[in-house]
Design a binder for this molecule. Structure first.
Ligand code: SF4
Length: 339
């Protein structure tokens, strides 16, 4: 049995035509799955009965379940979601004015082991399927009653390490017969998987990307992000330039400012020089302490001196506070708490 929610509308059309059924029924099935959100082929009356009987024998309709929910005083809601094999992943719904951004997970666990991220602590379990990635939106919308407007692939896992499923999930998110999330409203966040960035540029998928940078100094970056030992900041910048040439929109850099580690004026100078390599947006995020790591939040003075250098060097930045810091804020924390 296959999960029908793993199929894009184009693939559903192929299923229809392979059974001698007109392709327009794919559109109807897609609408039942993503607009009316039914979980039973019997509840799709405009699909021919004989074809529905066939679908029941070859396909099932998966569902992601909400296991736990925490809501922060700033409105951020974190969901622990159960998959059909018993594994759990997390999604975070971030309200901001009219925007409702859902941060989705792409893998159960993570193999990249960044030294500030709880998601990597319990190792890697498996890739999520397109159905499990999109199912997070269906579960969160059902539970919260909110309509998600934006998607960020920034939850548990490295999206470029699950490239094909993430691309398929993006196609399902964007489909105008289904969830209708605009192309420019999907951001893929990566720790810097260079071949994946190159592949994404070649694919022309039109997703925006965000880079977890956290240091422009290779020695320091390798210390907190093992991925940097495989693809260093120079190789990363080369791939980002290529990405920009193809897609023509600014790259977002995320920089978690950690007290006494990457917060010196020298670090700020290195960062300024690095980001100028490509049209960009820069987010500075003061570290939010976690019981799992030794790192500390920057002092007000450290933060002031750091951004002072950025200003002096003519680098624009946005200061972001971690959302939902009074709940299990960072990805993986809710899961870690449950263990
Ligand atoms: S920051 Fe991303 S890539 Fe790094 S361990 Fe966490 S989930 Fe994995």
């Amino acid at each position: 049995m296959k999960d029908i929610r793993n199929l894009t509308r184009e693939e559903l059309k192929e299923v229809c035509t392979s059974r001698g059924v007109p392709a327009f029924h794919a559109q109807q099935i897609f609408e039942w799955l993503y607009r009316k959100r039914v979980n039973d082929f019997s509840l799709m009356p405009n699909v021919p009965l004989k074809f529905r009987e066939y679908l029941k024998t070859d396909f099932f309709i998966s569902e992601v379940a909400v296991l736990q929910k925490e809501i922060s005083s700033d409105g951020t809601a974190k969901f622990l979601l159960g998959l059909q094999d018993g594994l759990a992943v997390e999604s975070v719904l971030i309200p901001e004015k009219k925007r409702r951004t859902l941060c989705v997970s792409t893998q159960a666990g993570c193999k990249f082991g960044c030294k500030f991220c709880v998601s990597g602590l319990n190792g890697f379990k498996r890739n999520l399927s397109p159905a499990e990635i999109c199912g997070q939106l269906l579960a969160v919308e059902k539970e919260s009653g909110e309509k998600v407007t934006n998607i960020v692939f920034m939850g548990v896992g490295e999206p470029l390490d699950n490239f094909d499923n993430v691309m398929k999930a993006s196609a399902i998110f964007m489909d105008n017969r289904g969830l209708e999330i605009g192309k420019r409203k999907i951001v893929l966040s990566t720790c810097g998987v260079v071949p994946g960035i190159e592949r994404l540029a070649e694919s022309g998928a039109g997703l925006r990307i965000s880079i977890s940078l956290h240091s422009a100094d290779d020695r320091k970056r390798s210390q907190i992000m093992p991925v940097n030992k495989k693809w260093n900041t120079g190789q990363l910048m080369k791939a980002l330039k290529k990405f920009y040439e193809k897609e023509q929109f600014a790259i977002t850099f995320e920089y978690i400012l950690i007290s006494g580690f990457n917060s010196s004026e020298k670090d700020a100078e290195a960062l300024s020089m690095y980001v100028k390599g490509v049209p960009h947006k820069l987010n500075i995020i003061p570290y939010n302490p976690s019981e799992h790591f030794k790192w500390k939040a920057p002092t007000g003075e450290e933060l002031g001196d750091f951004v002072g250098v950025l200003k002096e060097k003519g680098v624009f930045y946005t200061l972001r506070r971690s959302r939902g810091s009074d709940i299990s804020a960072a990805c993986g924390q809710l899961q870690a708490k449950l263990k």
